[in-house]
Design a protein around this ligand. Structure first.
Ligand code: HEM
Length: 416
């Protein structure tokens, strides 16, 4: 039985017809009562759309995933994918995150800056040389695949296209099962089995011959006598693959779309490249690559005046929180100076918050800032080449399948 009493506003934000712009649907829920109801496996789950309610749930330990107790109405992925700590509650979550954090240190991430700089410069120059650029195909995907697949997981270059295909199928499969087709579920399963077999072999190689990649560090990481088991290392690799690739690819894509649709902001960024970090924060608020996440009430608890029973599920719409006028002035305006202003506006929820706050946020920021700064500096004539964009079918992961740009106003190679 549920004690959730959400409004009955019709929610069409997950309708394929609204894939290009789900924000008016989010607004309708926010304005109606903040909560709306959706049925998954005939179980009602509440859609949480207001900033304060989203932040309250993400920041509270009354909410979690409840897998151990079989509470989650959202997934049945266990059969095809190894468990990852993004879906775990304490104490397992704490233990695994701490061990990964050790390998994923701030120093380690900072040391990647020259490599990212060099790679982005090379990718942008190659595209300009060719006279055309698809931001996803030529920049954001190769960047993420090289950093996460190559540098972190140590996957050899010839295997990275396969890695990208597995990642796409698994990322599509992170939506709640009820929102997937049978084909999507089968593809997730196939990709999960293939990637697990592949990574299993790679982990074996690193145990025998460690290198300087994160995978070798994970295999060797040890703290107070604790080590990661082979299954845990596998789970972490799959997590890094999906959490670290699709998101970064889409941040750069969505961010460029926002800039190109707001030429005054693009011109401002060109004039003041020091605004790039603030622009990336605004991109994470305005059109975040991770639109929502899910939680389950681990105990009876109240949010936004609604009482939830233990086991009640919620979809936390971080993308809607970013457009909440109760928190952000003129929220539908894309303003790259917003996060450069004092006092700073409230943090966006693009990286979530609380126990599951994104572990890869520093790397994601570094990749996006470098890619956007370099592209804007070296290609002065950017505009969208297509009138309509095709969005990925995913609901959690928001991004376009391709983003061809028109470079007709020429370029300034090696000037940025
Ligand atoms: C723009 C890029 C990124 C975005 C928008 C993003 C977003 C998020 C969000 C929203 C969560 C929390 C989900 C929840 O609360 O349920 C998360 C968790 C996580 N992210 Fe990211 N992420 C990005 C890039 C990365 C990268 C590059 C990596 C690593 C290579 C990464 C690794 C992780 C991990 C390991 C977690 C799980 C943390 C935990 O459960 O304790 N992310 N990310």
């Amino acid at each position: 039985m549920t004690t959730v009493s959400p409004s009955h506003v019709t929610f069409d934000g997950f309708d394929p017809a609204n894939r290009a712009d789900p924000y008016p649907s989010y607004q309708r829920v926010r304005e109606a009562a903040g909560l709306s109801r959706l049925y998954l496996h005939d179980v009602p789950v509440a859609l949480v759309s207001r900033y304060d309610d989203c932040a309250a749930i993400l920041g509270s330990q009354d909410w979690g995933h409840g897998h151990e107790d079989g509470l989650s109405p959202f997934w049945d992925q266990a059969a095809s994918l190894p468990g990852s700590f993004i879906r775990m509650d304490p104490p397992d979550h704490r233990r695994l995150r701490r061990l990964v954090n050790k390998a994923f240190s701030a120093r380690m991430v900072a040391s990647l800056a020259p490599m990212i700089d060099e790679l982005v410069g090379r990718l942008v120059d190659a595209a300009l040389e060719a006279g055309e650029i698809d931001v996803i195909r030529d920049l954001s995907a190769p960047l993420a695949v090289t950093m996460v697949g190559g540098r972190l997981l140590g996957v050899p270059e010839q295997d990275r296209p396969a890695l990208r295909n597995w990642e796409l199928a698994i990322a599509r499969g992170t939506d709640p099962d009820d929102l997937l087709s049978a084909h999507d579920v089968a593809e997730r399963s196939r990709a999960g089995q293939e990637v697990v077999a592949y990574l299993h072999a790679l982990i074996g190689q690193r145990r025998a011959h460690p290198t300087d990649d994160l995978l070798s560090m994970l295999v060797g990481v040890e703290e107070q006598g604790e080590v990661l088991t082979a299954a845990e290392v596998l789970g972490i690799c799959v997590l890094l693959l999906v959490a670290g690739m699709e998101t970064s690819i889409n941040l750069i894509g969505n961010g460029m779309i926002a800039l190109l649709r707001n030429p005054d902001q693009l011109a401002l960024l060109r004039e003041r490249p020091e605004l790039t970090p603030a622009a990336v924060e605004e991109m994470l608020r305005y059109d975040t690559p991770t639109q929502f996440t899910m939680r389950v009430a681990l105990t009876e608890t109240t949010v936004g005046g609604h009482t939830f029973a233990r086991g009640d599920g919620v979809i936390v719409l971080m993308a809607s929180a970013g457009r909440d006028p109760a928190v952000f002035t003129d929220p539908d305006r894309f303003d790259i100076t917003r996060y450069a202003a004092a006092p700073a506006p409230r943090r966006h929820l693009g990286f979530s918050l609380g126990l599951h706050y994104c572990l890869g946020a520093p790397l994601a920021r570094m990749e996006a800032e470098t890619a956007i700064r370099t592209l804007v500096a070296r290609a002065p004539g950017l505009s969208l080449a297509a009138d309509t964009l095709t969005y990925l079918p995913s609901l959690i992961h928001r991004g376009v399948t391709s983003l061809p740009l028109d470079l007709s106003a020429g370029s300034a190679r090696n000037s940025g």
